[in-house]
Write a protein that binds this ligand. Structure first.
Ligand SMILES: Nc1ncnc2c1ncn2[C@@H]1O[C@H](COP(=O)(O)OP(=O)(O)OP(=O)(O)O)[C@@H](O)[C@H]1O
Length: 244
């Protein structure tokens, strides 16, 4: 079943076309990687999907419903959650409270007590349960990233958009996070899209399919290994033509 569909979506900033006639679909339960160099339009694409921006042209469908013009909170209630590249937690609130906020405002729409219980569940999942009563501001950058993942999962999303969540992590933390995401995806049948700039080894482990962005357009999409070995993709990343 198709969970998300973009049809010829375009977003301009003045004269700059940040996202140019992009179309793709994501199936329920799929693990997708969105890759592309800096400035290729990945963040803008996320902002279009979760409602930060409304496209200038094109349409976006979620579970068959036209969500093109819906505000962020309505999309969150429908089941779209995202993390941010630079997490901005409520630093003086506890880790547990930060995650509970996700449960209260997401698809789950839980009461305070339910939200705190959901927060505990996901803090266990990401390995932060022991720190649940600490102020979020005291967490390390990596822990803040994991807390973001827990907060997004507490929203009980159907579609989770991860923004550079693995950047700066060491290989064993990346492996741990990927295994965690795989497990959650299978257990809860959610679609996960992960945006990655340079961590190709991480994307090959995580994604079944990748979408490659280049200068605002979709350059290519398909099976991960095949696409990442495509000469056009190598060229985009290396910024030069391959020797033939
Ligand atoms: N709010 C904005 N106003 C003006 N230009 C913008 C805005 N947001 C993005 N852009 C421009 O749109 C283009 C695409 O940017 P975007 O951030 O989507 O790319 P990206 O692939 O996510 O890159 P990065 O990984 O550096 O965030 C860039 O040229 C960027 O400068």
């Amino acid at each position: 079943m198709e969970i998300l569909k973009l049809e010829n979506v375009t977003k301009r900033f003045g004269g700059l076309v940040a996202v140019n006639k992009v179309s793709f679909s994501i199936e329920k339960g799929e693990a997708i990687g969105i890759v592309g160099p800096n400035g290729s339009g990945k963040t803008t694409l996320y902002n279009l999907i979760n409602g930060v921006y409304i496209p200038d042209e094109g349409k976006i469908f979620f579970e068959g419903q036209d969500i093109t013009n819906l505000p962020i909170h309505t999309r969150a209630h429908l089941g779209i959650a995202r993390t941010f590249q630079i997490p901005r937690p409520f630093n003086s609130a506890t880790v547990r409270e930060n995650v509970a906020v996700g449960a209260m405002f997401g698809y789950a729409k839980a009461s305070v007590d339910e939200a705190l219980a959901i927060a505990d569940d996901y803090l266990k999942v990401v390995g932060l349960y022991d720190k649940r009563d600490a102020p979020a501001g005291k967490l390390t950058p990596l822990e803040k990233r994991l807390m973001e993942v827990a907060r997004a999962l507490a929203m009980k999303p159907k579609l989770l958009l991860l923004d550079e969540v693995m950047a700066g992590m060491n290989p064993s933390d990346i492996d741990r996070l990927i295994n965690l995401l795989k497990r959650i995806r299978e257990e809860e049948d959610i679609s996960i899209v992960s945006m990655v700039e340079h961590l190709m080894h991480a994307i090959t482990k995580f994604a079944e399919r990748v979408i490659v962005m280049h200068q605002g357009s979709k350059l290519l999409e398909g099976e991960t290994i095949k696409v990442l070995n495509d000469p056009r993709v190598v060229e985009v990343y290396l910024g030069k033509k391959l020797e033939s």
